[in-house]
Design a protein around this ligand. Sequence first.
Ligand code: CDP
Ligand code: CDP
Length: 224
Amino acid sequence: LDEVPVIAIDGPSASGKGTIAQLVAKELEFHYLDSGALYRLVALKALQIGAAVSEENKLAEIAANLDVAFKDEQIFLDNMPVTDEIRTEECGLMASRLASYPLVRKFLVMRQRAFRQPPGLVADGRDMGSVIFPDALLKVFLTASAEMRAQRRYKQLIEKGMSANIHELQRDIQKRDQRDSNRGVAPLQQNADARLLDTTSLSILQAQNSVLEWYRECCASKRV
Ligand code: CDP
Ligand code: CDP
């Protein structure tokens, strides 16, 4: 399976990773892994059963036994649809807290690597290029200004019919980025071998095309 090409897209919250990764996957007819959803699912389960943020072993147990399914762009936890439920900033913050535990991360590694199936995979998250798929054919570090990211997330939540406060969102996103970048295990950072794509003033189509162009370049240089 190491021959199966991977495009790794990492970056801070609401930089457009999911949107761009899904479009690129569709274009190439590749599989798609939303690794953040796994951390959000552990968070939702922890919130459901009242597990505290401090209980690393209990959270790791949840990660090890997570019953999830990704079907037709819908996400299920214990056979219940939770696609929108995991998108709240409450879940995002809880996810970011428990994602700093090495034991929690360890139990999610195999599950993520199992998505690497022919003809290829586009994976988005924080450590796709550094830890989960270090041999990815293309690594992209996707970012945008903090203001733009908060605005985009706000619009996204409102369009889903969820409530949101732009100031609180901006504060929460910053808090999460800071924790994700400074943790000891698998911190969010631009790898030396990742290409930087700043989408602050790029449309979704422009960002998608940059990634596709880079991917074709990588394929061509692999052939020679
Ligand atoms: O996955 P991640 O949290 O990085 O971001 P996302 O959920 O894919 O994108 C957040 C929002 O930004 C979505 O509503 C996208 O449609 C929007 N977006 C945009 O307006 N322009 C871009 N160049 C990229 C994303
Ligand atoms: O959509 P957004 O970028 O806001 O977040 P996400 O990708 O759904 O990830 C939620 C949280 O999970 C992040 O804040 C990270 O702390 C954690 N995460 C991680 O540690 N490693 C990953 N590969 C993906 C997410």
